[in-house]
Design a protein. Structure first.
Length: 105
């Protein structure tokens, strides 16, 4: 299983957990064990913590991908563009040299 699939499944599971927490808190409010304001406060706190965790996971994954790409020593878009320019320039020079050589024969 690819790391992307693992992360996706974990996030989907997190969303499922978030829904279950809301249902649980709603049940507590219905039973009178929590006031509506307490329930709303708990849902808000839990949602904020869940959002922060998602942000932290996203940042960690971004850092991991960035470090992995750096270790792979892949050329950047700019480096590839510069190489293409050099190849085009060398191809033009070679073509010109071949044309000049052909004229001298």
């Amino acid at each position: 299983m690819a790391i992307f699939d693992i992360i996706r499944n974990a996030m989907l599971a997190g969303f499922g957990v978030q829904e279950k927490v809301r249902e649980f808190i709603d049940d507590l409010v219905k039973k009178g064990e929590l006031s509506e304001s307490q329930g709303a406060k708990l849902v808000k706190e839990w949602s904020e913590k869940a959002d922060k965790n998602v942000e932290d996971i996203s940042k960690s994954m971004n850092d991991l991908v960035q470090k992995t790409l750096e270790k792979m020593s892949l050329p950047s878009k700019d480096e590839i563009s510069k190489l293409r320019e050099q190849i085009d320039m060398l191809s033009a020079r070679l073509k010109k040299m071949e044309e000049t050589k052909g004229e001298g024969q």
